[in-house]
Design a binder for this molecule. Sequence first.
Ligand SMILES: Nc1ncnc2c1ncn2[C@@H]1O[C@H](COP(=O)(O)OP(=O)(O)OP(=O)(O)O)[C@@H](O)[C@H]1O
Ligand SMILES: [Mg+2]
Length: 394
Amino acid sequence: MFSYFSVFKDESKLDINYVPPSLPHRKAQLELLNQFFRFTIESPGRMTQRVLITGRIGTGKTVLSQHFGLGVTRKAQQRNVNLHYVHVNCRECKGSFFMILQRVILRFYPNFPKRGYSAEELLQTLMQILDEKNAYVILALDELEALIRSEGSNPIYSLTRIQEERLKNAQRLSLIGILREPQDLNLLDPSARSTLQRNIIHLKEYLKPQLRDILEDRVTWSFKHDTVPSQTLDLIAEAATLEGGDARYAIELLWRSGKYADTERSKEVLPEHVRKATSSVYPVVRKDTIAELSLHEKLFLLGVARRFKLTDAAHISIGEAEEAYAIVCEEHDEKRRKHTQLWKYAKVLSALDIIETQPSSLGHRGKTTLISLPRIPASELERELSRVLRTEAA
Ligand SMILES: Nc1ncnc2c1ncn2[C@@H]1O[C@H](COP(=O)(O)OP(=O)(O)OP(=O)(O)O)[C@@H](O)[C@H]1O
Ligand SMILES: [Mg+2]
């Protein structure tokens, strides 16, 4: 049977729930988590810990916590400590403390009855189970804002109080709270807030080179050798930086770009595949924005689009754009505008988020402005511009 080539080696490594074996640029934060929870292995039962992880969308909060969880339970096992890391997403539990506790208990007793208890009773039951099994739990409450918004301070109180009431017994339940906006803590009473605020690990948005490293690392697990050229990674990292340093967006874009490459039976994932993938993830360039451009802005942009159709490069220089624009002007019987004017068009188009401009880096001959098209496929842009120009001419 004839089988088609695929750029992928293992797509599951691009899945949002996959926990990679290494986390580039989160080493320090991982180390901090390990420090905070060292006692769980060295002297389990002596104390408990509460840590908060904050950061914007796609900064790696969930994956950091899970990666830590895998490592810490492995180390505990080696020392015969019965430690469990339980990761619960509060939003998936509809912000219900009851459902969250139920999930934790089901980890120990999969047949535990689903009804007939209050949240408080479930918490008591959980502690009994942990005593019986001589077990310890690090409970990670992901998307904690969902719980806080629906039940306020009570769950946090209960979780803290249950340990304080048992001071003579072994301390068994530690917490990791994960949330995007630290302001959500303001919904809590000051005392509940202060129990969480003691140890905060804040994850900053990734910068472009960091996203690039993350992508490069992931490519080795998921793509065949030499199928993702360096400039493709540059373009994805650039697009994800514009999305606010979001690694989820970067990885999703990488996966979709691979899908487009496969659809077109390409042996490599090229910048144009990224542009197609971008516009399928979020249609960011609106058609009316294009229609409202001045005639020469449109002609210039058409030149840019055509130039990108001809090249596999992620960037073109303003000089190359100018040459393409000159040809477009000839076709449309328009007198071409001067270089300084084109430079202004580039600024306008960049302000409208249609193109991106950046000064050329060292190594490029002479200093120039580079243009990239991270959000829309060149072919789609060309089609739309030609359509608008035709209607205007008619
Ligand atoms: N440092 C990193 N190294 C490797 N992969 C990473 C890293 N940071 C994030 N990722 C990956 O990026 C994606 C998003 O990360 P994650 O889900 O942890 O973000 P988050 O901060 O929890 O976002 P949200 O606020 O939307 O829940 C995941 O696929 C994750 O594996
Ligand atoms: Mg998350």
